[in-house]
Structures are given as structure tokens and as C-alpha cells.
Design a protein around this ligand. Structure first.
Ligand SMILES: [Zn+2]
Length: 257
């Protein structure tokens, strides 16, 4: 395995604890196997994700759950401390997300898709897209007390799948490519199982009593499109001036042995 210093740094940033685990944890586990340093970040600590605990208590519980999941693959975990249902696009939010991108110094960023089932996901997508653009601009200041230096360049940016693979009209979205995660799928299930509180909350809120089973079904459907047992879907942001070569896929297809 090569030295981690030679390898691209990965930042997976989504709205809430467990979104990354559902949408791209199998891929992150593959990237860790190549030696890439990985940071998992959530915009919020999931403070509205309980009918049982108040916002501070459930936030504490869910930060711990997200850290445990990240630990399974030796990834770092970071919470940007926005609040559930309150992520909006404004300049303060742009500065905060840009600062997080500069602090974690990614070469590849995975984030929420532009169209998804709820606002926090869509706002996250747009803020991360903007932050990747802004992060290398030297005169763009984040106002953080210990501000990190600008990035050398715009990172490669990828959107994960929408929840259940549909847009908000309920129409299927068509991802650009699918990563075969059969090899790391057990780890993905272990990571999801770390999110005990969310599992209970989903049962109550959405009547969904099969947190793990739904992940198996969905990953199975994505995988079947490429002849794999389990898959995770991605679309790259390739518009000017973002890098458009598929560094993520190249990295996963490279033979490290
Ligand atoms: Zn979410």
C-alpha cells in the first residue's frame, strides 16, 4: 500500500449523520483500503432526529454515532454545527463551509445531490459546490479565527445518489456511474448499525422498520445495473472550472498491489 502522503485526500460531506453511510460508505471503505485519508463531515448533528430526546441530547448521541461509524474505517469525523431544517444559502454559510473545506484540504469531495427529497440535502449540495469553487480564491476570507490557507486548486466534486434515487417529482435520477461496493458492503451495514437512534427515529417518523434492509435493497438495485451484488451511484460535477477527469473512478480502478 502506498504512503498516504502520496494519495488524494477525500472529504465526504452531507447534511445529517447517517446520510454518508447510506449513500457512499462502501466507496469510502474502498478508498481507505487504497490508503487515502478520509474525513466524513455532517452539516448538522441531527438535532431534530428524535421524538424522545431534546436537541442537545440527541445531537450528542448522534455525533457519537457518526464518530463510531467513521472509526470503522479509520476516517475522521467533523460536524459543522448547522442545525436541522435550518441550512440556508447565504454568505455566512458559504464562509463556514469553505473554511471546513480549507481545513480538511480535500482533493476529492463527495456531497449531496442538487435535487433530493428535502431542503437540507439540496442546500448542502449547493453550499459544498460553492465552497469548492471559493476555497482556492486567496481574497475570499472566511472570517474564521484560525483560518486555513486557500486550497491549491478546486477539488474533484461528486454528487452521491438521491434518497431512493428519485428527484422531488418522484422521477428516477440517472447517475453517471456506479461503484461496485460488494467487497465493503458488510462494513457499510456495520456503519449504519452505529446509528441506533436514527434507526428508531425513522421507524417512528416514516414507518420504516427496516433501516438495514432498505440499504441492502437499494444498494442491490444500484449494483445490479453493473452486474455487482451491491453498488453506490455517483455523478461528477464537471462544469467549468471544476476538474472533469474522473479521478475517483481512476483511483478505485488502479491496481495497488
Ligand atoms: Zn439527511
Amino acid at each position: 500500500m502506498p504512503e498516504s502522503g502520496e494519495l488524494p485526500r477525500i472529504l465526504a460531506i452531507h447534511a445529517h449523520p447517517d446520510d454518508v453511510e447510506f449513500q457512499c460508505f462502501g466507496t469510502l471503505a474502498l478508498l481507505r483500503k487504497t490508503g487515502c485519508p478520509v474525513t466524513i463531515a455532517t452539516m448538522t448533528p441531527g438535532d431534530c432526529g428524535s421524538a424522545e430526546y431534546g436537541p442537545d441530547e440527541i445531537s450528542r448521541i448522534r455525533r457519537d454515532e457518526a464518530s463510531q461509524a467513521a472509526n470503522l474505517i479509520g476516517a475522521d469525523y467533523l460536524c459543522l454545527e448547522f442545525r436541522d431544517l435550518s441550512i440556508i444559502i447565504d454568505n455566512d454559510s458559504r464562509r463556514r463551509v469553505t473554511e471546513a473545506v480549507r481545513q480538511t484540504r480535500p482533493d476529492i469531495v463527495l456531497t449531496a445531490p442538487p435535487m433530493d427529497y428535502m431542503s437540507d440535502h439540496e442546500m448542502t449540495s449547493r453550499l459544498v459546490r460553492d465552497a469548492c469553487f471559493n476555497a482556492p480564491i486567496p481574497n475570499y476570507e472566511t472570517s474564521a479565527s484560525d483560518a486555513a490557507p486557500p486550497l491549491p486548486r478546486i477539488p474533484h466534486l461528486y454528487y452521491v445518489d438521491a434518497i431512493e434515487g428519485t428527484d422531488y417529482y418522484g422521477e428516477p435520477v440517472h447517475p453517471e456511474f456506479i461503484v461496485d461496493v460488494s467487497e465493503t458492503f458488510e462494513l457499510k451495514l456495520e456503519a449504519l448499525a452505529c446509528h441506533d437512534s436514527q434507526r428508531a427515529w425513522l421507524r417512528k417518523q416514516h414507518g420504516l422498520d427496516e433501516y438495514i434492509e432498505s440499504a441492502k435493497r437499494w444498494s442491490g438495485r444500484r449494483g445490479s445495473k453493473v452486474g455487482a451484488l451491491y453498488g453506490e451511484a455517483f455523478t461528477q460535477h464537471k462544469g467549468h472550472p471544476y476538474p472533469s477527469n474522473n479521478r475517483l473512478l481512476d483511483l478505485l480502478l488502479e491496481d495497488w498491489n
